[in-house]
Design a protein around this ligand. Structure first.
Ligand code: G3P
Ligand code: CA
Length: 258
């Protein structure tokens, strides 16, 4: 996998917009992704599912209840049915002038500026891989511009087999008590599946020693979701490859500040 060195922050760590610039626009919408790139994020991150009629769509939850107001399960409805709901008017977004439809992955791929990337999190299972391959092929982006991530180990293994030229990283979450598998085990499993890296949450003790261990195994290390600039700075100084944040523009300013 070709490595990119596109970050314009003081640190080498890439800034990844979590569900786009989701602090400033409704998550996982075209507005949020456009804003993420406008805020100079190195990448946006999003979540995908397969609809009943076989389209790859962008949505975090398995149903539309939280962001669309109706409990329609994404996998049990067609794109047209899902698009009847506005996902730009929930919670703090009410009265803010957003009007959003569930995006197709291909619409977001078309927005990626030259030199920027998109992290695609597979929320469903490997059943999405054939259509994902079609969508990626049609979009014609450079291989280094799309990264596949996901919690499902077997799904990531299958994704790497399907897309050997793409970066594929395994998401792992420590629980609330910060209980997590030993990093050595995560490294061994990632290598066994020929994955490219790990993408870990804030329950892990991410310091330089930790990062060095992952890098020494030839793996990349990303973290999520980091909205505290003190934590982001510490992780960037420890050498992580990327930090996933809801506030990409603001976080870059914080990291650049002395
Ligand atoms: O970037 C990884 C992160 O998005 C995983 O958690 O729940 O926000 O999809 P979640
Ligand atoms: Ca995600």
């Amino acid at each position: 996998v070709a490595s990119l060195c596109m970050s314009s922050s003081t640190f080498a760590a890439q800034i990844v917009g979590h569900r786009g610039a989701s602090f400033d626009a409704p998550e996982n919408t075209l507005s949020s992704f456009k804003l993420g790139y406008k805020q100079n994020a190195d990448a946006d991150e999003l979540d995908i599912h397969l609809t009943k009629d076989g389209k790859v769509v962008v949505m975090h939850d398995y149903d539309m209840a939280r962001t669309g107001g109706e409990k329609l399960k994404v996998s049990e409805h067609t794109l047209e049915e899902l698009r009847a709901l506005d996902i730009g008017k929930w919670g703090k977004w009410q009265g803010k002038g957003f009007s959003e439809k569930i995006p197709l992955l291909e619409e977001v791929l078309a927005l990626i500026p030259d030199g920027k990337r998109l992290f695609i999190e597979i929320k469903c299972g490997p059943e999405v891989l054939p259509e994902l391959a079609n969508v990626l092929k049609k979009a014609g982006k450079k291989p280094e511009q799309t990264v596949i991530i996901g919690f499902g180990y077997e799904t990531m293994q299958a994704a790497k087999e399907k897309f050997p030229n793409l970066e594929v990283n395994w998401l792992v979450q420590a629980d609330k008590k910060k209980v997590f598998p030993p990093v050595e085990d995560l490294i061994a499993k990632s290598k066994a599946a020929k994955l490219d890296g790990l993408d870990l949450n804030q329950g892990f003790p991410i310091d330089k020693q930790f990062v060095d261990k992952v890098h020494a195994a030839g793996l990349k290390l990303y973290t999520w979701t980091v909205d505290d600039p003190i934590v982001a700075k510490a992780e960037a100084e420890a050498g992580v490859d990327g930090i996933t944040t809801n506030r990409p523009g603001w976080m870059r300013e914080q990291l650049a500040a002395k």
